[in-house]
Design a protein around this ligand. Structure first.
Ligand code: IPM
Ligand code: MG
Length: 361
């Protein structure tokens, strides 16, 4: 693995996307210098920026570059400027969802970790969130997001249809991913469903239960999604790995993000296909674009996840995570996590500080 070169497609996107991806690139480069690997970063347009320049939020050249890369680093997409476009040209439906589908990245990993230095930053009490470390595994290429949809006029009104589809195979592959991750962690897997109402949840629960036999060392439990939302704010540390279908995972992962104090801290990895997609869990925050005030840590930590899940470089991934913890422990804060007695730094300064700590080790 020494001195390997990895080709990374960098898709900065809209709003604050370019600022945060620049810092992740800086930190990855530092990690490469220290751990003997190099990166070839190739930029391409996506989202509103791509629509403005090329007339489509996911131009064919961008998709082609992604498919020829070893991994993809995405900033954020969307903004009010593009909200009124027809659905298929909007950044979310026209670029992000098709990109996930085209790459077949069916497992979306969203860790919610409370760094010691930030235990007071959450809106929940310190004793509830201190030491929190949960991993949400969200199914990403099926369910309501991709099911058949229809909108029609009837009797002077309208009628919509939206379908939630899953096959045994789709449930199995993401569940196996979650069991595997639980096995490397605290060996507890909680599968989220709405088995009392949805047929899709009954299949989901059947499949997950059947697979449990292959992972006797993992303790499996099931929870209804409404109860899960409540338990996440009541006592989030009871969970280790949470496995959910697409829509439930979208909602629960924002909830889990807030437990950690700021959405600006939450990375994500979308994996399972041959090329992984790494992006912060936050959006494009257009009102902060270009001001240099946002938190690049979510994107920097997404870079660490890339090193771990796409390249198997646990050494470099761990070094980035420790550097983030060290920067926070030394009192450096971007505006979203600023506390009295700490030192407020810009987006680029935070990137420089973390890159410096990665290189020094
Ligand atoms: C997310 C986002 C996306 C989703 C939107 C932008 C389509 O909320 O990644 O969680 O719902 O998957
Ligand atoms: Mg979401």
């Amino acid at each position: 693995m020494e001195n390997q070169t990895y080709k990374i497609a960098v898709l900065p996107g809209d709003g604050i996307g370019p600022e945060v991806t620049a810092e992740a690139v800086r930190v990855l480069t530092a990690a490469g210098r220290r751990f003997g690997c190099s990166f070839e970063f190739c930029e391409a347009l996506i989202g509103g920026a791509a629509y403005d320049a090329a007339g489509h939020p996911l131009p064919p050249e961008t998709l082609e570059l992604c498919k020829q890369s070893d991994a993809i680093l995405l900033g954020a997409i969307g903004g009010p400027k593009w909200d009124n476009l027809p659905v298929h040209l909007r950044p979310e439906a026209g670029a992000l969802l098709p990109l996930r589908k085209a790459l077949d990245v069916y497992a979306n990993l969203r860790p919610a970790v409370v760094f010691d230095a930030l235990a007071n930053a959450s809106t929940l009490k310190r004793e509830v969130v201190e030491g929190l470390d949960i991993m949400i595994v969200r199914e990403l290429t099926g369910g309501l997001y991709f099911g058949k949809k229809k909108r029609e006029k009837i009797n002077g009104g309208e009628r919509v249809e939206e379908t939630l589809e899953y096959t045994t195979g789709e449930i199995e592959r993401v569940a196996r991913f979650a069991f595997g991750l639980a096995r490397q962690r605290r060996k507890k897997l909680t599968s989220v469903d709405k088995v009392n109402v949805l047929e899709s949840s009954r299949l989901w629960r059947d499949v997950v239960t059947r697979l449990a036999g292959d992972y006797p060392d993992v303790e499996l439990s099931h929870i209804l999604v409404d109860n899960c939302a409540m338990q996440l704010v009541r006592n989030p540390r009871q969970f280790d790995v949470l496995l959910t279908e697409n829509m439930f995972g979208d909602i629960l992962s924002d909830l889990a993000a807030q437990l950690t104090g700021s959405l600006g801290m939450l990375p994500s990895a979308s994996v399972g296909g041959s090329i992984g997609l790494y992006e912060p869990s936050h959006g494009s925050a257009p009102k902060y674009a270009g001001l240099g005030v946002v938190n690049p840590i979510a994107t920097i930590l997404s870079g660490a996840m890339m090193l771990r899940y796409s390249f198997g470089r646990e050494d470099a991934a761990g070094a980035i995570e420790r550097a983030v913890a060290a920067a926070l422990a030394r009192g450096y804060r971007t505006r979203d996590i600023m506390e009295p007695g700490c030192r407020q730094v810009s987006t680029a300064e935070m990137g420089e500080i973390i890159a410096g700590l990665v290189e020094k080790g």
